[in-house]
Ligand binder design. Structure first.
Ligand code: EPZ
Length: 426
């Protein structure tokens, strides 16, 4: 564990990236899909599962709950089977991955009760789970917070019932948690103001393959008709749009040409629009997206993050690097999380001219960043520092890269495949 925690990246920047990179399955689809297997005791076979720290944590959680899991990291094939024998998701696991909260809905729906450690705060914000709890109560769950745990019980017949849930705020994992719980509820559940993220749609696809009855995923109204039992299925996890966006921006920031293969371009409309505004030549060919920035100057773009189909908050840190290198002044406004500017001070250490004003960063472009020692604070902040290091003059050392291992598969291999100079040092 110590080695993992102390690993750093050493990056020698200044080279234009050039080449193709194969995009992995989406972390934010794989996690809820893995936890949805709690809803059945039959065999579920998943393909395109990324080899990530968070995926490994999900397997640990499923095994703790009594599921049998196998995962071939090289091929991205996972097999999960057997029924859960425990309904407790421990603090030890939840503290390492707050997405474990998505075990709550499936457990109370399948087993009639659940004890899930309450996720604490996180670097990017307080991130409460009140909407998850409120929705489950709407389906008849009795919920107590006790000893740092959410203790939920399906009262009455020991089964949840349908309900009409109007989400006070758009929540991705909130929508996913409640959608999963509703699959085994008695009656019909309607979730209004649901999240429209492509990962929600992918989860719904997998649930319907398991025999669920989910309609409207990908719209703000999702309707789920509960069934008695779900069965096994085969499913391939959707491509990771955030990983694809990250590599496209790395190509643009270094003045190169990068092609992302195995993508789902329709999930990246808002991102590609901003990259075009930044003056990149973007071409889409089937499941490949190319960003060509050779002999082109980065233009400043105004970005405001929003739920899908708006500009994703998970791309905010990465596009800020482009604005830091653009010819002129621009702004980036974060509307989803209250503390997602931890990378700004690190980019300023590399010579960027950035100023935080409330939930907006004013960016005054510079012609060149300079390598420095910097520290990651969270997953996407670390991605922005790696991009900045690749674009910068000289050497950059990025510390605490365990954040990045949670959500990017085989980073060094993929960056080297594009001609970037990066190595993991301890
Ligand atoms: C998901 O987190 C993603 N994680 C995040 O990706 C992503 O940033 C986020 O959605 C927004 O797109 C996974 O899918 C595993 P939310 P989630 O609930 O579901 C507030 C990454 O980098 N809120 O949509 O936790 C919340 O505080 C990660 O891959 C409540 O107030 O985010 C935030 O301000 C980081 N009460 C807003 O809603 C609740 O009960 C949106 O959060 C739930 C959320």
């Amino acid at each position: 564990m110590t080695g993992l925690k102390t690993a750093k990246f050493k990056i020698v920047g200044g080279k234009a990236l050039d080449g193709e990179v194969v995009i992995s399955g989406a972390k934010n689809a794989a996690l809820p899909i893995l936890l949805s297997t709690i809803l059945t005791d039959e065999k579920v076979c998943l393909k395109n599962v990324p080899d990530l720290a968070d995926v490994k944590t999900s397997f640990k959680l499923l095994q703790d709950l009594g599921k049998k899991c196998s995962f071939e990291a090289e091929t991205g094939v996972a097999v999960i089977e057997g029924g859960v024998t425990s309904h407790v998701a421990s603090y030890e696991l939840v503290k390492t991955m707050r997405a474990s909260i998505m075990a709550l809905g499936p457990l109370v729906a399948y087993a009639g009760s659940a004890e899930v450690s309450l996720p604490g705060g996180c670097a990017i914000g307080a991130r409460p789970v009140d909407l998850h709890i409120k929705g489950l109560k709407e389906m008849g769950a009795q919920i107590n917070l006790d000893d740092g745990y959410i203790k939920a019980n399906a009262i009455g017949a020991g089964r949840l019932h349908g309900g009409h849930i109007i989400m006070d705020k758009v929540s991705v994992t909130g929508t996913e948690n409640l959608m999963m719980a509703a699959c085994l509820a008695d009656g019909t559940t309607v979730i209004d103001n649901a999240a429209l993220e492509p990962e929600v749609e992918d989860l719904a696809k997998c649930l319907n393959k398991m025999g669920a009855n989910v309609k409207g995923a990908g719209t703000s109204r999702i309707e789920i008709e509960g069934v008695e039992k779900l069965h096994g299925c085969d499913h391939s996890v959707v491509a990771d749009r955030i990983e694809a966006g990250t590599y496209l921006i790395a190509g643009i920031a270094t003045g190169g040409i990068v092609t992302c293969c195995n993508t789902l371009p329709s999930t990246l409309d808002a991102v590609l629009q901003k990259l075009r505004e930044a003056n990149a030549l973007i071409t889409v060919d089937g499941t490949s997206i190319t960003a060509d920035m050779r002999n082109r100057q980065i233009k400043p773009v105004t970005v405001v993050t929003a739920p899908h189909p708006g500009f994703p908050t998970d791309m905010q840190a990465q596009i800020t690097v482009l604005n830091a290198l653009a010819s002129g002044v621009s702004s980036v406004t974060e509307t989803i999380f209250e503390n997602r500017f931890m990378h700004i001070a690190e980019l300023i250490r590399m010579g960027a001219k950035l100023e935080i004003k409330g939930n907006t960063v004013i960016c005054e472009g510079v012609t060149r960043l300079k390598g420095a020692q910097v520290m990651s604070s969270d997953l996407r902040a670390s991605a922005s520092l790696v991009i900045a290091g690749l674009a910068a003059e000289g050497t950059t050392i990025v510390d605490r890269i365990y954040h990045m291992d949670r959500g990017y598969e085989h980073i060094e291999k993929k960056v080297r495949g594009l001609g970037g100079e990066i190595e993991r040092i301890y």
